[in-house]
Ligand binder design. Structure first.
Ligand code: GDP
Length: 183
């Protein structure tokens, strides 16, 4: 049966967090519009994109929030109101790091801390190691990332927004899990 675009059974807000430059915006543009950009963005602010997927015959609309700008949320920390608004109502999170830059993996602990201090304890969290295409300069092993995710009660996956590997699975994995928690 025909259903209009605006129709959906569930609306889930999901936030993207992680250091600047890890590929959050490109993961989102790959998922929402199948686009990739080699440029780093220059605008500062908060944006969101939506995509509707099917899970168990239900239409789930994902509203995915991304911070635009080089400095990302770290820079906005002092503006508590913005940080709170960013996290408000979110039921899922993708905590992204760059597999080729170890410091971005180490910083995910801080991102998780900030996430947990603003959200419900039941929030579904996916740790995402992005830029899996940079195999030759990999700086974090699967085992280490998996162990950390387990400790944090988060899921873990590796993606490449550039090569379009696992990107849709990362998002649909979170959405499916949220559906099972709330649905
Ligand atoms: P954000 O600051 O976390 O939103 O990161 P961006 O999405 O703006 O990406 C930062 C840079 O990394 C850009 O130059 C992208 O082209 C590049 N990038 C993003 N994803 C990938 C990926 O999967 N592989 C590679 N090699 N580069 C990527």
């Amino acid at each position: 049966a025909y259903r209009a675009d605006e129709e959906y059974d569930y609306l889930f807000k999901v936030v993207l967090i992680g250091d600047a430059g890890v590929g959050k915006t490109n993961l989102l543009s790959r998922f929402a519009r199948d686009e990739f950009s080699f440029e780093t963005k220059s605008t500062i602010g908060v944006e969101f994109a939506t995509r509707t997927i099917h899970v168990d015959g239900k239409l789930i609309k994902a509203q995915i929030w991304d911070t635009a700008g080089q400095h990302d949320l770290m820079c906005l920390r002092r503006y508590r109101a913005i940080t709170s608004a960013y996290y408000r109502g979110s039921v899922g999170a993708l905590v992204v790091f760059d597999l080729s830059r170890r410091v971005t993996f180490e910083n995910t602990a801080r991102w998780l801390q900030e996430l947990r201090s603003h959200t419900d304890p039941n929030i579904v969290v996916m740790l995402v190691g992005n830029k899996a295409d940079l195999r030759h300069i990999r700086a974090v092993s699967v085992e280490e990332a998996q162990a950390f995710a387990r400790k944090e009660k988060a899921f873990f996956t590796e993606t490449s927004a550039l090569e379009s590997i696992n990107v849709a699975d990362a998002f649909t994995g979170v959405l499916t899990q949220i559906y099972h928690v709330v649905g």
